[in-house]
Design a binder for this molecule. Structure first.
Ligand code: S3P
Length: 199
């Protein structure tokens, strides 16, 4: 089988790099949206480093996300997440994929909106559920009815994720296609077809 080819034209890659400048490209969205997988591909296309805030939190705390939730609770996890993201936003350009709750925290969201360029990877409930139900690593979904919990999170969070600078639809398609669509959406910001966000 041949690998699917990236479809973003080279000139769009150039434009996307220009739009980003020295900032971080910050992926936000619900668990299972593909923030890490798509983020990693976009970082390869733009030839800039990739970092995942959850991995960084696990690295600095030497604990897994479920262990952190268990030992300290969600508020402490959010405080640590905000500190880690604040530090990561200071240097760029890079692609930063964040945990699903990060952008819901007002302090983190304000930092991301002021210092980064944000992309909401938007997916519908069936797509998200098909992906997250394969693993039981998400503390917030350890409930009696995790699909309903995910649906409730979707209702609460989508109006907030919608404040991201760019929205890209994530779905069951080749990751390369969704990554290319992200790059092309960024490129459109350069040609004035969308409002250029904070710089
Ligand atoms: C969370 C999402 C997780 C992780 C933590 C909390 C959330 O990251 O940060 O379990 O609040 O949605 P992913 O979105 O990468 O699964």
């Amino acid at each position: 089988m041949t690998e699917p080819q990236a479809i973003a034209p080279e000139q769009d890659i150039e434009k996307a790099r220009r739009v980003l400048g020295q900032r971080n490209l910050v992926f936000v969205g619900l668990m299972g949206a593909g923030k890490s997988a798509i983020g990693r591909l976009v970082s390869q296309m733009l030839e800039i480093p990739f970092v995942d805030s959850d991995h960084e939190i696990e690295r600095v705390s030497r604990m897994t996300i479920p262990e952190l939730f268990e030992a300290y609770g969600e508020p402490e996890f959010r405080a640590l997440e905000a500190r880690v993201i604040k530090r990561l936003l200071k240097t760029g350009p890079r692609v930063l994929s964040t945990g699903g709750g990060a952008f819901m925290n007002e302090i983190t969201r304000t930092m991301v909106l002021n210092n980064g360029l944000s992309v909401w990877l938007k997916a519908d409930l069936d797509v998200l559920w098909a992906r997250v139900s394969k693993r039981d690593s998400r503390p917030l979904l350890k409930t009696a009815n995790p699909r309903q919990t995910l649906s409730d999170l979707l209702d609460q969070r989508y109006p907030v994720y919608a404040r991201a600078d760019v929205t890209v639809t994530s779905r069951d398609d080749d990751k390369e296609i969704i990554a290319s669509e992200t790059v092309m959406a960024l490129a459109r910001l350069d040609s004035g077809q969308d409002t250029v966000p904070n710089s």
